[in-house]
Structure formats: structure tokens, C-alpha cells
Design a protein around this ligand. Structure first.
Ligand code: NDP
Ligand code: MG
Length: 382
């Protein structure tokens, strides 16, 4: 029985993961769950799955959470430290890292250090601290299995050959809700419009990232570290149907892809079942109905955030931490109507170029620059 800690249980990935656990209760047991503030939802999850531990990251919730709403079997804890502790706990085999943002870094780090299997949805962990996390995983024997659909596709396609024979990988992008529009049309788009994603139903932060293509930028950086590739071995192609989740091209020209309808339950399940495969929870691809699969190059002039991803993947060092922190604040300011759509990319670019670059930073230096970039972006005025 695989004992898992589901960190970010109340979110979009968390909810999909619960579905996978329901379908495979003979294989997986939830031992711990966490949320940020949403204790009501967490209590419901605890009644259904009866974990030993439930944690709310925000300690102020302690005043409002009604502990009698949780089952008596579940010990309720508060604070981010408790999440980091549970991620390294001996009773847990697999940590599902589904917290949003750099807030997920400490628990991912603890899980990797403790040698756990980490089903990694929290791409920000790798964007901020990719080289440190991958080195730590080599030392501890931790298996990092991607949940991000593109990276899951690449992980699967990489099983078809040797790493040294990989020519490049190609990440697919739906193009987001504003695909095909001009810069002028996009410039005035509101958060409500940006939150309507054509193919994926996700949390608000990643949905805005998908509209700017910052999500794809973060995925380029994530792929660079996770798969130990050079930035120029990574390409992005726009594929509006979100059926082909990514490609690996080998030196002989063979291109291997993974296809399935857009549903996160499949990559989550694969990260838990690997190297085995279990029966499908998510719908299958239907070859009996006519399908179109379209591919076109991304428009970097209209979606300049994507270029930042390639720049940061090349630079490495502290750039990922600064880009990620600036973007988190910029997205939250956009959602509060304090910034316009293109301000997100502008402030990220400006904060990135203003930072004091360190080529081989320590974790403390990354955390300090994350903090600095958040302050700069909060004060930034268009
Ligand atoms: P959501 O916003 O839907 O959920 C986030 C989860 O993290 C919630 O459980 C939330 O708790 C918790 N959380 C938020 N802030 C904190 C914090 N400071 N400390 C601890 N926990 C916190 O996000 P998603 O599920 O969409 O995304 C999660 C991660 O997965 C992101 O890194 C995203 O990039 C990645 N991902 C998501 C995909 C998707 O389809 N959604 C696809 C690929 C990757 P609460 O409910 O209490 O706020
Ligand atoms: Mg993705």
C-alpha cells in the first residue's frame, strides 16, 4: 500500500488526486493532507479519507477552524513547519506536491531530502531551485515524477530511448484564452476574461500564467532542470486541442509523443503508479470520431513572457527565483486590477534585469532574492 501525503489537497490538482485515490483505494492510502486556509473543505476530505494528519498552513486559521468538524482519528496541525515535517515523515512513501507557488518549495525540498517519491505538480520548486533539488535527489535517491502534463508526457516519451540520444523536446501549449488575438486586443483583457481557459480547469494563478504564456515559460525552466537539458534543446509549439501533451525528438529524427484528452487525473495517476500502469480514471482518446490536431509556432511578440522563460532557462542561477517571485506578485496584483495584462511581463522583465545575479546560489540566497523580488514587484508602478 502506497502511503501518500497530499499537500494542497483542496486545490485543483488536490481534487483531481482525490479522484485517483477513490478509483485506486486498493493501491493508495492518504496518510496526510494539507491546505492553506480552507479548513471546511479539508475537514470534508478528512471525513471521506480518514488521514492520520491534517494541516492548515496559515496558523491564524487556528482561531476560526472548528476542530470538532474533523474526524476524531485525524490529528489537526497548523503552520508551514508542520507541512515540511510531514513531507519527510517515515510513514509516508510518496508526497504529492500540489501547493501553488514558491510556498511549496520547503515541503518539496524536505520530501526530496528524505528520499521520498515526489509527484511534483508544484513546478515553482524546480523553477526556483532546480539545480539544488536535482542534486539533492541524486544524493538521497528521491524519485521526482512530474505531474505537469507536458513533463509527464516527456517523462514517458524518454522511456523510448537513451538520454544522450535526445536531440530536443517540444512542449505543447494550448495558447491560452487569447490565442490568435493581437497585442492591442489583449492589452485591455480583464482578469475575468483571462480566467476562462479553453481546455484546462485549473487554479487561478496557473490560469493567468496560461493566458500570458508565463506558465509555458515556467515549464521551459522546469523541463531544463528536471530532464537535465540545455535551454536550446527545448522548444514550444502551440497546439490548441491539448491532446498531444509534448514530444521528444531523438537524434535519428524519431519523434515520440504522449496523447490523451486534457485531464490532470492521468498524469497524477501515472506519477503514483509508475513504473506500472493502472486502469484509467480519466476519459480515453476517441479515435472513432474525427479529430484535428493543429500545431503552430508561438507568437513571442504577442506573448513576450515566453521569451523570459527561455532567457531564464539559459541564465540559471538566481534568475528562476526572481522571475517566479515577481510573477506571483504581478499575477496577484493583476487579479486585484492593480496592473494591466502586459504589466505582468513588464514588471517581471524589469525586476529580473535589476537583480544582483548569482550563478551558483545557495538555498538561502534564493529565498532572500525571492523576498527582494516580491517587495520590488509590490512597489512597482506602471
Ligand atoms: P490551486 O490554487 O487550485 O490550489 C492550491 C493548493 O495549495 C490549495 O490546496 C491551497 O489551499 C494550497 N495553498 C495555497 N497557498 C498555500 C500556502 N501559502 N501554503 C500552503 N498551501 C497553500 O492550485 P492548482 O491545484 O491549480 O496548482 C497547484 C500546483 O500544481 C501549482 O504549482 C501549479 O502550477 C501546478 N499545476 C497545476 C495544474 C492544474 O491543472 N491545476 C496543471 C499543472 C501543474 P487553500 O485551498 O486552503 O487555499
Ligand atoms: Mg502544464
Amino acid at each position: 500500500m502506497n502511503q501518500i501525503a497530499l499537500l494542497g489537497a483542496t486545490g485543483s490538482i488536490g481534487t483531481s488526486c482525490l479522484d485517483v485515490v477513490r478509483a485506486h483505494a486498493d493501491q493508495i492510502q492518504i496518510r496526510a493532507v494539507s491546505a492553506h486556509r480552507n479548513w471546511r473543505e479539508l475537514a470534508k476530505i478528512c471525513h471521506e479519507f480518514q488521514p492520520a494528519v491534517a494541516i492548515m498552513a496559515d496558523e491564524t486559521v487556528q482561531n476560526e477552524a472548528i476542530l470538532s468538524d474533523f474526524p476524531s482519528k485525524t490529528e489537526v496541525r497548523f503552520g508551514s513547519e508542520a507541512i515540511t515535517e510531514i513531507a519527510a515523515c517515515d510513514d509516508i512513501n510518496t508526497v504529492v506536491a500540489a501547493i501553488v507557488g514558491a510556498a511549496g518549495l520547503a515541503s518539496s525540498y524536505a520530501a526530496v531530502k528524505a528520499g521520498k517519491r515526489v509527484a511534483i505538480a508544484n513546478k515553482e520548486t524546480l523553477v526556483v531551485a532546480g539545480p539544488i533539488i536535482m542534486e539533492l535527489a541524486r544524493e538521497s535517491g528521491s524519485e521526482l515524477i512530474p505531474v505537469d502534463s507536458e513533463h509527464s508526457a516527456i517523462f514517458q516519451a524518454l522511456l523510448a530511448g537513451n538520454h544522450r540520444d535526445v536531440a530536443k523536446i517540444v512542449l505543447t501549449s494550448s495558447g491560452g484564452p487569447f490565442r490568435g488575438l493581437s497585442r492591442e486586443e489583449i492589452a485591455s483583457k480583464t482578469p475575468e476574461q483571462a480566467l476562462k481557459h479553453p481546455t484546462w480547469d485549473m487554479g487561478p494563478k496557473i490560469t493567468i500564467d496560461s493566458a500570458t504564456l508565463m506558465n509555458k515559460a515556467l515549464e521551459v525552466i522546469e523541463a531544463r532542470w528536471l530532464f537535465n537539458l540545455q535551454a536550446d534543446q527545448i522548444e514550444v509549439v502551440v497546439h490548441p486541442q491539448s491532446i498531444v501533451h509534448s514530444f521528444v525528438e531523438y537524434r535519428d529524427g524519431s519523434v515520440i509523443a504522449q496523447l490523451s484528452p486534457p485531464d490532470m487525473r492521468l498524469p497524477i495517476q501515472y506519477a503514483l503508479s509508475y513504473p506500472q500502469r493502472w486502469d484509467a480514471v480519466a476519459p480515453r482518446f476517441d479515435f472513432k470520431t474525427a479529430q484535428h490536431l493543429d500545431f503552430s509556432p508561438p507568437d513571442l511578440a504577442t506573448f513576450p513572457a515566453l521569451k523570459l522563460g527561455f532567457d531564464v532557462a539559459k541564465q540559471g542561477g538566481t534568475s528562476g527565483s526572481v522571475l517566479n517571485a515577481a510573477n506571483e506578485i504581478a499575477v496577484s496584483r493583476y487579479l486585484q486590477n492593480e496592473l494591466s495584462f502586459y504589466d505582468i511581463e513588464r514588471v517581471c522583465r524589469e525586476v529580473l534585469s535589476a537583480h544582483e545575479f548569482i550563478a551558483s546560489p545557495t538555498l538561502d540566497e534564493l529565498v532572500a532574492l525571492d523576498d527582494w523580488a516580491r517587495k520590488e514587484t509590490t512597489l512597482w508602478q506602471p
